[in-house]
Write a protein that binds this ligand. Structure first.
Ligand SMILES: Cc1ncc(COP(=O)(O)O)c(C=O)c1O
Length: 283
């Protein structure tokens, strides 16, 4: 792994208990997918991380070498093929515990590349279950903050209910998942919650929108009201580790006819072609 300028073994890594990431969750993170040994959509991830750092008033130059660091970690970990992830985290750094920013704090930078065991194929082919939960997060969900307690609790509620994901409901609108964005097909149009401070604008979300436009699928950024869940024809999640994952059940009730829909399947195929551009497409 990479920690503060050094390439070290996981077992040697040490971070101070005075680190503001540990004490205040004062930091941001990114997860980048690696397909066939190559980082996927690295650039938009770096752009989003810089936006997050700016929002936290942390100098963005601390991640200027992130792409090279990621490449070296992949190389040194022998990840030249297959599925993996790169995790990158920046906290404000180490300082005596006081809320206001300390003067001259050096950010703590942690980057790791790890093999990724993808979800079972059945999740993508047959769909997963989701539950709805009230959105009790703050109003800056556009920042990919390491303060994830509401997401952790929501996701745990999903797991306790044998579901894959928890869907946050804010003011009667189902807005996104605990670690994914949400898309629905309603009245023949693909919709997803508008980009705003209430959701994390996923890199995969942006790709799905681009693919939908390429495929000529009618699309709108629009709210999905909780009371219209029963009318939804298709529902799916998007995310770096979630990819395009169909939801076939919400709160125990089937979505549409309870099977993966055609729009979802077309987007899954288009996504796979982007992820593995050199793979031959089966007829
Ligand atoms: C709350 C939330 N929404 C959406 C996403 C999906 O974002 P991306 O596609 O960039 O992985 C994530 C990813 O972790 C997330 O935590």
């Amino acid at each position: 792994m990479y920690l503060n300028g050094e390439y070290i073994d996981h077992s040697e890594a040490k971070v101070s208990v005075d680190d503001r990431g540990f004490l205040f969750a004062d930091g941001v993170y990114e997860v980048v997918r690696v397909y066939d040994g190559r980082p996927f959509l690295m650039e938009p991830h770096v752009v989003r991380m810089k936006e997050g750092l700016r929002a936290l008033q942390i100098d963005t130059s601390c991640i200027q070498d992130l792409e090279q660091v990621a490449e070296r970690l992949l190389r040194e970990n022998g990840i030249t093929d297959g599925d993996a992830t790169i995790y990158a985290q920046v906290s404000r750094g180490v300082a005596p515990r006081k809320h206001a920013f300390p003067p001259d704090c050096t950010p703590t930078i942690y980057v790791a590349a790890k093999r990724f065991n993808n979800h079972p194929t059945s999740y993508f082919e047959d769909g997963v279950a989701a539950v709805t939960v009230p959105d009790n997060r703050w109003t800056r969900c556009d920042i990919k903050s390491i303060a994830l307690l509401p997401n952790v609790l929501a996701n745990q509620a999903a797991h306790a209910a044998d579901a894959f994901e928890a869907l946050f409901v804010k003011d009667g609108v189902v807005i996104e998942g605990s670690h994914s964005n949400l898309f629905a097909v309603l009245d023949g149009t693909l919709i997803t919650y508008p980009k705003s401070n209430y959701i994390l604008a996923g890199i995969t979300r942006a790709l799905v929108i681009e693919l939908a436009r390429e495929l000529g699928i009618p699309f709108a950024e629009a709210p999905l009201y909780w009371e219209r869940l029963g009318d939804v024809e298709e529902l799916f999640l998007s995310g770096t580790t979630t990819e395009v994952m169909p939801i076939t059940k919400v709160d125990g009730r089937p979505v549409g006819i309870g099977r993966v829909g055609q729009v979802t399947k077309r987007l899954q195929e288009a996504y796979a072609q982007r992820a593995h551009p050199t793979a031959s497409v089966s007829a």
